[in-house]
Design a protein around this ligand. Structure first.
Ligand SMILES: Cc1cc2nc3c(=O)[nH]c(=O)nc-3n(C[C@H](O)[C@H](O)[C@H](O)COP(=O)(O)O)c2cc1C
Length: 197
C-alpha cells in the first residue's frame, strides 16, 4: 500500500486507504500489509548512477553499480512479492505528485518489471490486482473536467505496462467543493465495501 499525501490526518486519500486497510486486514488476517509512506520516507529522483545501475545490460557494470540499484531492487522486490497493490494519492495539478512518480521511476524497470520482446512489451508483474484510492479537489468522473484527469488514465496505463491490468478505483472527489467535500470521504468509504477483494 503506497500512501502519497503529506497531509496526515487531513488527507482524504489516507483516510480512505485506512478504511481499505482495515477491510483487508479483516478479510485476510494472516496476510502481511506493507504500508509504504512516501511522506515519512521520501524516495529520491533517479540520478545518473542509479539510472545506469538499473538499466545496464552489462553484468560487470551491474556488479560495480549494485549499491546504486539497491533501493530499486528492494522496491521492485516488494512489488513483485505482493498480491495486491494499493496506491492512495491526491491529484496535484491534474496529475500525480512527484513523490509517487519517484516510486514509479524506481519500480518500472527493464528486466525486473517489464521486458521488451520481439512482440512488444511484456509486463513481468503478473497475477496482481491493484486498487487506486484517488482524492481530488474537483470532480472528474463526470462533467466538464473529465478530460483533465491525468491521474487515473496514467496510473492504469503504467500499471498495465508492467502487467497489472486488474485495477479498481475508489475516489474521494470534490474535496474543494464544500457541499461535496462534506460527504466525499464517507462515500468513498462506502465504495470500499463494494470492492472485489
Ligand atoms: C499542490 C496541490 C495541487 C492540487 N491540484 C489539484 C488539481 O489539479 N485538481 C484538483 O481537482 N484538485 C487539486 N488539488 C486538491 C487536492 O487534490 C485535494 O485537496 C485532495 O483532497 C488532496 O488529497 P489528500 O486529501 O489525500 O491530501 C490540489 C491540492 C494541492 C495541495
Amino acid at each position: 500500500m503506497i500512501d502519497v499525501s503529506p497531509r496526515g490526518k487531513e488527507s482524504a486519500s489516507r483516510a480512505v486507504a485506512d478504511t481499505l486497510a482495515a477491510r483487508l486486514t479483516a478479510l485476510y488476517p494472516s496476510a502481511r500489509l506493507v504500508r509504504r509512506d512516501l511522506t515519512a520516507e521520501p524516495l529520491p529522483h533517479l540520478d545518473d548512477t542509479t539510472l545506469r545501475a538499473i538499466s545496464t545490460k552489462d553484468p560487470e557494470e551491474a556488479q560495480r553499480l549494485q549499491d546504486a540499484a539497491r533501493l530499486s531492487d528492494h522496491l521492485t522486490g516488494e512489488l513483485l512479492a505482493s498480491d495486491l497493490l494499493v496506491i492512495a494519492t491526491p491529484m496535484w495539478n491534474f496529475g500525480i505528485p512527484s513523490a509517487l512518480k519517484a516510486w514509479i521511476d524506481l519500480v518500472v524497470r527493464p528486466g525486473r518489471t517489464f521486458q521488451y520482446t520481439g512482440d512488444g512489451v511484456l509486463g513481468l508483474a503478473k497475477d496482481k490486482k491493484a486498487i487506486l484510492v484517488l482524492a481530488s479537489g474537483g470532480v472528474f468522473t463526470e462533467g466538464p473536467w473529465r478530460d483533465w484527469d491525468f491521474v487515473e488514465p496514467y496510473l492504469r496505463q503504467i500499471l498495465g505496462f508492467i502487467g497489472i491490468t486488474d485495477v479498481q478505483t475508489v475516489r474521494a472527489e470534490g474535496m474543494n467543493i464544500p457541499p461535496l467535500a462534506a460527504s466525499a470521504v464517507a462515500k468513498a468509504n462506502e465504495a470500499v465495501k463494494e470492492l472485489a477483494l
